[in-house]
Design a protein around this ligand. Structure first.
Ligand SMILES: C[S@@+](CC[C@H](N)C(=O)[O-])C[C@H]1O[C@@H](n2cnc3c(N)ncnc32)[C@H](O)[C@@H]1O
Length: 256
């Protein structure tokens, strides 16, 4: 009998509904584009205009779908390893992953620990990540061999169930932007600062609002605020996606 053992971690696909929308509407636009291109119903000038507009729509829709898929499956994993290498690990840290989903940052951080612990919190939104669950995060932790130092809790990032000054490192990846209202995002940031120990480090990677996060950290006494991005990739992605998709990180420390 074949063994059903998953040997590679699966960190999932973000915003699966939006991804489906881009690919389905892109395919429909492509079909209409081809019909118009090879039909002789329209006169030459109207045909050029319609074909050009449809060509732009097809490129945008399928391009966005591809960016999102590449972001979830490739870009995010590469960025995770680079970002986690910026933290000065001793191995004994208490780490929080805010909105851990299927455990990308959580498991990555756990690999740096010896006696420490990585705790992930999430509300398991299926809209934000496909097949999102604590079981999926724990399964990825098991595949990566870090079950012993990983713990999962169900909690809202606007109300973290931890006392103040608790964590040495707080991580969050592609999560805070899911709070649509600025006041909610600020609540999440204030919770991150509250649970972080003095001298603790936060690494907040997201696809938008990074300036807002940095400003909030500065206003609330955080130090060593740094942006971590790939400037060329940033400019290209912002231009191609009208500013809606440009993953980069904000790093900051809580004052001693
Ligand atoms: C795009 S996914 C990213 C998951 C994971 N950090 C990663 O990078 O793969 C966003 C995550 O935020 C979680 N989330 C959304 N709103 C939340 C909230 N208010 N509190 C906690 N988690 C939340 C979702 O359930 C989802 O797991």
């Amino acid at each position: 009998m074949a063994k059903n053992v998953q040997s590679k971690p699966n960190y999932g696909i973000d915003a699966p509904g939006l991804l489906r929308f881009f690919f389905i509407s892109g395919a429909v636009a492509l079909a209409i584009f081809l019909v118009v291109l090879f039909s002789s119903v329209l006169g030459q000038i109207p045909k050029i205009i319609v074909v050009t507009l449809l060509g732009i729509a097809v490129t945008y829709l399928l391009g966005m779908g591809c960016f999102m898929l590449y972001g979830s499956k490739v870009m995010k994993l590469k960025d995770r390893d680079k970002l986690l290498n910026l933290v000065q690990w001793s191995g004994s840290e208490l780490v929080l992953d805010v909105g851990c989903g299927r455990g990308l940052m959580l498991v990555g951080a756990a690999k740096h620990l010896t006696s420490g612990k990585a705790i992930g919190i999430d509300l398991w939104s299926q809209q934000d990540q496909a097949n999102n669950s604590s079981a999926a995060a724990l399964s990825n932790a098991a595949i990566e061999g870090v079950t012993e130092c990983v713990e999962i809790k169900t909690a809202d990032m606007r109300q973290l169930p931890f006392s103040e000054n608790y964590f040495d490192v707080v991580l969050s990846s592609w999560t805070v932007h899911n709070l649509e209202a600025k006041i909610d995002r600020e609540k999440a940031l204030s919770e991150i600062i509250r649970v972080l120990k003095p001298n603790g480090t936060v690494v907040l990677v997201d696809i938008e609002h990074q300036d807002e996060y940095a400003k909030y950290f500065e206003l609330h006494g955080m130090t060593n605020i740094q942006f971590y991005n790939n400037p060329i990739r940033d400019v290209i992605l912002k231009a191609l996606t009208f500013g809606s998709f440009a993953p980069s990180a904000v790093l900051a420390c809580k004052a001693a």
